[in-house]
Design a protein around this ligand. Structure first.
Ligand SMILES: [Zn+2]
Length: 168
């Protein structure tokens, strides 16, 4: 009880409160930095290979896929999140556009933001071949890699709306 109270007091300034949901449900809350790597170099090897294969095949069809953001360090993700909190003035609204480091798959090296839009459309149609799927319907540029999607050759439906918000 004392610990919980201390947490509330310490978290009173806003951002620090974010660790609470993960801690509450017992999941690891620590952000594991994969090192000072670049967007492409920091991706996990299977993710990187899937991406490079997709880029090749897209190019063969005249589509130029580019990576706008891949791997991010915990510090980088935290800065992006903090900027969104400043911009929107609310942790909930900020989380629609950038997740805190402990929740972002960019930090794990399995998420890719791609562009331009027509190339993202190509990847949405063809990505399951590589295990690359759009996971959030409100971010057309955000794809993630999962070997299970590659094995099944199909993508799950992307989440229809950010947590706590209704679709549309
Ligand atoms: Zn993303």
């Amino acid at each position: 009880m004392l610990i919980a109270l201390a947490g509330v007091l310490l978290g009173g300034t806003g951002v620090a409160v974010l660790g609470a949901p993960s801690e509450a449900n017992g999941e690891a809350a620590a952000c594991t930095d994969r090192g000072d790597l670049d967007d492409l170099g920091g991706l996990t090897e299977p993710t990187r290979q899937a991406w490079l294969a997709a880029v090749d095949d897209a190019a063969a069809e005249g589509v130029e896929l580019s990576l706008t953001s891949g791997y991010r360090t915990c510090g980088h993700q935290q800065r992006l999140f903090d900027e969104k909190v400043d911009e929107y003035g609310s942790v909930t609204e900020a989380s629609v556009w950038a997740l805190p480091p402990d929740e972002s798959n960019h930090v794990l090296g399995v998420a890719l933001d791609v562009g331009p839009a027509p190339a993202a459309d190509w990847l949405r149609s063809n990505g399951s071949r590589y295990g690359l799927c759009q996971t959030m319907s409100w971010e057309w540029w955000h794809f993630e890699f999962d070997p299970a999607w590659k094995r099944s050759g199909s993508c799950p439906d992307p989440a229809p709306a950010p947590p706590g918000q209704s679709p549309g």
